[in-house]
Design a protein around this ligand. Structure first.
Ligand code: PEP
Ligand code: MG
Length: 579
């Protein structure tokens, strides 16, 4: 047995048999064929293309039915390549002119496509190179007759081990049999991690070289809460984790009973627990777990999951769907937060040297006003259908906020000219996720209706620690006194200026920090849906007086270790089974 430490990105404990995805990688040697065999090779390639189209069409349909239309649309781009006439033409030319096997022709043509995409200056298009590789693998599997064993149609429970999962692979996982997954690379905000959380599959990422350490058929334990993977566990570890697995299931059942109860402390202080979503369909699960609204809708996933840049109507339809499912509960729509970790920089044509400090998020929107306006128009048009609020991410200067508001004003004037209704007094908020914004919170508070603290980025920028880099994951800590001081001051600035403040980073859903955030005066917690019940339980088991005492004590510490130790002890006093 071997214990590997990674980053737990989706909670839960599972014990199952491993399938290693990288073991399926196919090596295609160059092989010539006789002239007489060329027609047979052409037939083979045509058949493989048709089979691939059939596979993908089915997969697209199943995925859309299971996880919603947006996730299903991931496959549009793949289908587009397969159906494009030039794809077949190039394959035939390759086989006929160079007299190669169908496999070799596929490999050459797809690599050529990939190289062309990589050269594109449009970052969104250059990112699609990953999908080209995905298509290549699918055709090759059909050609070689080694049908992909189908992570969508497994016969038994498995844990998937991969270097990195492609977006389409993650979305196509068969929820009934894929019990968990683990990858070599990645951090909490990778595509894969976010989709895993949305689907409720326990996952650990950033495990280094796990694909070569685990063999298919090994028994593995994935502990998504602690970020641990155990290869071929011994009897004691199996017993311990089976017990932990049972405990979590029991706890979940017990917590589900809290769904309709208010998030109210024993001495009557009420807070609001809301959910973060990436796709409108997630609203259902979020409200089912007791979310009182959506505190963060990461709209950039509309871009990441689709082959083309979304139109105004695509935006609008997604917002209308979320509003419909929310039945009057609030919806905070965050404008596009693309760039940095939401592109694979290595695949981008002109990688920025410091993508997290580069042209991302609101900066990117202010550099592409037509794109920004398309989204703002859709938000404003949808604003009359429910309790919609608008939030700008990554604001670091007052000027940026003012510019964003000016673009919004332009948009409302356009809508007025077109006689399109919109909500005149739509609440406008900003994310506080850069230290400069946190330090100037008092100034910002006079120009917005609400703040939402994005601790994921705030921690990264305060501690100079890449949030997606597994090598520095140990430094990335919400409990660092510098981070806590910023959070405290932002909450204070909100109170002083009578605007609401929420935390929507991962910290809001971590039970360890609930007492502290409550004691600091936080009134809105926005988190992944599955985290809501546990946070609610802590709130309902304490008093505001106690939480304030905890916060005062924590703010006197000078190290994150002390903070975490103290918070663990205090939380265990009220919920002994926590952690
Ligand atoms: C954050 O930075 O804390 C946040 C909520 O935004 P995202 O994770 O999408 O960057
Ligand atoms: Mg952020």
């Amino acid at each position: 047995m071997e214990i590997k430490k990674g980053i737990g990105v989706s909670p839960g404990v599972v014990i199952s048999t491993a399938v290693v995805l990288d073991a399926e990688d196919l090596l295609i040697p160059r092989r010539q064929v006789e002239t007489a065999d060329v027609p047979a090779e052409i037939k083979r390639v045509e058949k493989a293309l048709a089979e691939s189209v059939a596979d993908l069409t089915r997969l697209r349909k199943e995925t859309a039915a299971k996880h919603g239309k947006e996730i299903g649309n991931i496959f549009d781009f793949h289908l587009g390549i397969l159906r494009d006439k030039t794809t077949l033409k190039q394959l035939l030319t390759e086989i006929q002119t160079n007299q190669t096997t169908a496999e070799y022709a596929v490999s050459v043509v797809m690599r050529r496509f990939a190289a062309n995409f990589l050269k594109m200056s449009d970052k969104y298009l250059s990112e699609r190179v990953k999908d080209v590789y995905d298509v290549e693998r699918r055709i090759l599997r059909n050609l070689i007759g080694q049908k992909h064993k189908g992570l969508g149609q497994l016969k038994q429970d498995v844990i998937v081990i991969a270097h990195d999962l492609l977006p389409s692979q993650t979305a196509a996982l068969d929820r009934a049999h894929v019990r968990g997954f683990a990858t070599d690379v990645g951090g909490r905000t990778s595509h894969t991690a976010i989709v895993a959380r949305a689907m409720g599959i326990p996952a650990v990422v950033g495990l280094g070289d796990i694909t070569s350490e685990v063999s298919g058929g090994d028994t593995v334990i994935i502990d998504g809460n602690r970020g641990v993977l155990i290869i071929n566990p011994d009897e004691d570890q199996l017993i311990e984790h089976r017990e932990f697995e049972r405990k979590l299931i029991r706890l979940e059942t017990e917590l589900a009973e809290l769904r309709d109860l208010p998030a109210q402390t024993l001495d009557g202080h009420v807070v609001s627990l809301q959910a973060n979503i990436e796709f409108p369909e997630e609203v259902r699960d979020a409200t089912h777990r007791g979310a009182q609204g959506i505190g963060l809708y990461r709209t950039e996933f509309l871009y990441l999951a689709s082959a083309q840049e979304p139109t105004e109507e695509d935006h609008y339809n997604s917002y209308v769907e979320a509003i419909r499912l929310l039945k009057g509960r609030p919806l905070v729509i965050r404008t596009l937060d693309l760039g940095a970790d939401k592109y694979t920089q290595e695949k981008a044509a002109n990688p920025e040297r410091n993508p997290f400090l580069g042209d991302r998020s609101i900066r990117m929107c202010l550099h592409d006003i037509p794109m920004f306006k398309r989204q703002l128009r859709a938000i404003m048009r949808a604003s009359v259908l429910g309790d919609v609020r608008i939030m700008f991410p990554m604001i670091s200067t007052l000027m940026e906020l003012r510019q964003a508001k000016m673009v919004l004003k332009d948009v409302t004037e356009e809508l007025e000219d077109e006689n399109q209704p919109f909500r005149q007094d739509i609440p406008i908020g900003i994310m506080i996720e850069v230290p400069s914004a946190a330090l100037m919170a008092n100034h910002f508070a006079r120009e917005v209706n609400f703040f939402s603290i994005g601790t994921n980025d705030l921690i990264q920028y305060t501690l100079a620690c890449d949030r997606t880099n597994e090598k520095v994951a140990g430094l990335f800590c919400p409990a660092h006194p510098a981070v806590l001081a910023l959070i405290r001051d932002v909450i204070r600035a909100g109170v002083r200026n009578s605007i609401s403040v929420s935390v929507c980073g991962e910290m809001a859903g971590e039970a360890l920090y609930t007492l502290l955030l409550l004691g600091l005066g936080l009134t809105i917690f926005s988190m992944n849906g599955p985290d809501i019940p546990e946070v609610k339980k802590i709130i309902r088991s304490t008093t505001m007086a106690h939480a304030k005492q905890v916060a005062r004590r924590v703010m006197s510490f000078d190290s994150e270790r002390q903070v975490m130790h103290f918070l663990r002890e205090e939380t265990r006093k009220i919920i002994p089974e926590a952690f």
